[in-house]
Design a protein around this ligand. Structure first.
Ligand code: TRH
Length: 387
C-alpha cells in the first residue's frame, strides 16, 4: 500500500468535493500551485482529493500534508487513480481539476463514466499556466468537448489564471489581505531568529532562481551596494550556483553576507518574501507570492528553448506597469540583454522599486481571486439551468 494512501482521511461525500490531478514535471510550481488551490478550497469548507505522481515536495512545502493532517485535504498516489477497487469506493467529486495539461488517468475517467450512467458528469476544469499574454483572455473559460473515450460528449473548460478581469485571476487566499499588512517588525525578527538569523540592519535579499541565472553578476552588484547586504539563498538550484560562484571568489567580503536556507514550508517561504527588502523569484507561484509580499522583486521566468518566454516576460512587465529600471534588471537577469556593469542594485533604489512593487500589489489585490472565480464558474455549470 502506497505510503501516501495509508494516511488519507476518508473523504465524506459532501457538496464541494474536488479531485485535483497534478503531475510534477520538473521544479515545484505544479505541485505548489495545486497544493495552494487545495488549501484555499479546504479553508472555504470544500473537500479535496489531491492526486500526485510525486508527493514528496509536500513533505517540506506543507508539513503534515502526507500524514493527512490538513483538514479537508487527502493526498492520493496518482497510481491509485487507476485502481478499480479504490476508485469505485470513492464518492464522486463534483469537480475535476486537470492541472497544466496533466491528462487524467484513463481508468479513473472510465470508472466514473461507467458509474455515472445518466447522472451529471463532473465540471471538468483544465487549469492552465499563468501568463499576462493576450491569448489568456481569448482562451479563458472556453469549452472543449471531449471527442473520444469513455467521457465522449462531456465538456472540459479552460481556466486561465491571469492579471485582468477577463481571466481567472490570481491565487490569493482570503486571510492574506489581513495577514500581510498585520506582519509586524517583532514577528519579522522572530521569523528571522527561527531561521537562525540575526538581523543586524543589513538589507535582506532572497534568491530563488534556475540554473543559468547570472548569479556571479548579482553577487558583484550586491557587493557594490551602498549598504551591507545579507543574501538568503534558497535550497536547490540557487544554492548550487551561489556555492559555485563563492568557490571561485577571492576572499570574504564583509559587505555581503550569504546564508543558505533549508527548503521552507510555503507559509515560511511567504514570510521570507515579506521579510526581505528584495526578492529574486522564479516560475509561477513564487512570482505571485512576491507580488502579494509587496516588496521589490525580480522574476526569472521559466526559460523555454524557443525563446517564447521573452514575450511572456514583456507581457508581465507591461501588466505590472514596470518602470525602465525594473525592465532593465529583468532583461539582464533573464539573459535577454547584456549586463551593464554599473547597473545599480535595486536595494540602492528602494524608493522607485518599492513604489512600483506596492502599487502592483495593491492593484492586483483588487481583482477577484482565482479560487473565488473558480467556485463561481463551477456553480454556474452545476446550476440546473445548465444541465
Ligand atoms: O519551482 P518553480 O520553478 O516551478 C516551475 C514553474 O511553476 C513553472 O511555471 C512550471 O512550468 C514548472 O515549475 C513545471 O517555481 P514556482 O512556480 O515558484 O514554484 C515553487 C514552489 O515552491 C512555490 O509554491 C513556492 C514553493 N517553495 C517553498 O514552499 N519553499 C521553498 O523553500 C521554496 C524555495 C519554494
Amino acid at each position: 500500500m502506497n505510503l501516501v494512501a495509508q494516511h488519507r482521511p476518508e473523504l465524506p461525500a459532501t457538496q464541494g468535493l474536488w479531485d485535483i490531478f497534478c503531475r510534477v514535471i520538473d521544479n515545484y510550481g505544479d505541485v505548489g500551485v495545486c497544493w495552494r488551490l487545495a488549501a484555499d478550497l479546504a479553508s472555504r469548507g470544500h473537500t479535496v482529493r489531491l492526486w500526485l505522481d510525486d508527493p514528496q515536495p509536500l513533505a517540506w512545502m506543507a508539513p503534515g500534508a502526507l500524514q493527512g493532517r490538513w483538514p479537508g485535504i487527502g493526498v492520493w498516489a496518482w497510481s491509485e487513480a487507476s485502481n478499480p477497487q479504490v476508485v469505485q469506493a470513492l464518492a464522486p467529486a463534483q469537480v475535476w481539476v486537470e492541472s497544466f495539461g496533466c491528462e487524467l488517468p484513463a481508468a479513473f475517467v472510465a470508472a466514473r463514466a461507467r458509474a455515472l450512467g445518466e447522472v451529471t458528469p463532473p465540471v471538468w476544469i483544465n487549469l492552465e499556466y499563468l501568463s499576462a499574454e493576450g491569448l489568456v483572455e481569448r482562451c479563458h473559460a472556453l469549452p472543449s468537448p471531449v471527442m473520444s473515450g469513455p467521457a465522449k460528449g462531456w465538456t472540459k473548460h479552460f481556466f486561465y489564471p491571469g492579471f485582468t478581469p477577463q481571466t481567472g485571476g490570481l491565487l490569493r487566499e482570503p486571510l492574506l489581505s489581513e495577514r500581510r499588512p498585520a506582519f509586524s517588525s517583532v514577528e519579522r525578527q522572530a521569523f528571522l531568529r527561527s531561521l537562525g538569523l540575526q538581523d543586524r540592519g543589513e538589507a535582506l535579499v532572497s534568491l530563488f532562481c534556475y540554473d543559468g541565472a547570472p548569479v556571479d553578476r548579482l553577487l558583484e552588484r550586491l557587493r557594490a551596494a551602498a549598504q551591507p547586504v545579507h543574501l538568503l539563498v534558497t535550497a536547490g538550484k540557487a544554492r548550487a550556483q551561489v556555492e559555485r560562484v563563492l568557490a571561485g571568489a577571492a576572499g570574504r567580503n564583509n559587505h555581503l553576507q550569504v546564508t543558505f536556507l533549508p527548503w521552507l514550508s510555503q507559509t515560511d517561504f511567504d514570510t521570507l518574501l515579506w521579510s526581505c527588502a528584495l526578492n529574486f523569484v522564479r516560475g509561477e507561484d513564487s512570482l505571485v507570492r512576491a507580488l502579494w509580499a509587496g516588496q521589490p522583486f525580480v522574476w526569472q521566468i521559466y526559460p523555454q528553448d524557443d525563446g517564447a518566454h521573452r514575450a511572456k516576460l514583456d507581457a508581465f512587465l507591461d501588466a505590472v506597469d514596470a518602470p525602465m529600471v525594473v525592465r532593465t534588471w529583468h532583461a539582464q537577469w533573464n539573459g535577454l540583454a547584456p549586463w551593464h556593469i554599473d547597473t545599480p542594485p535595486p536595494v540602492d533604489d528602494a524608493l522607485q522599486w518599492g513604489r512600483w512593487a506596492r502599487a502592483a500589489s495593491r492593484r492586483f489585490s483588487q481583482q477577484t481571486d482565482l479560487t473565488s472565480q473558480l467556485l463561481a464558474f463551477v456553480a454556474s455549470r452545476l446550476a440546473p439551468s445548465t444541465q
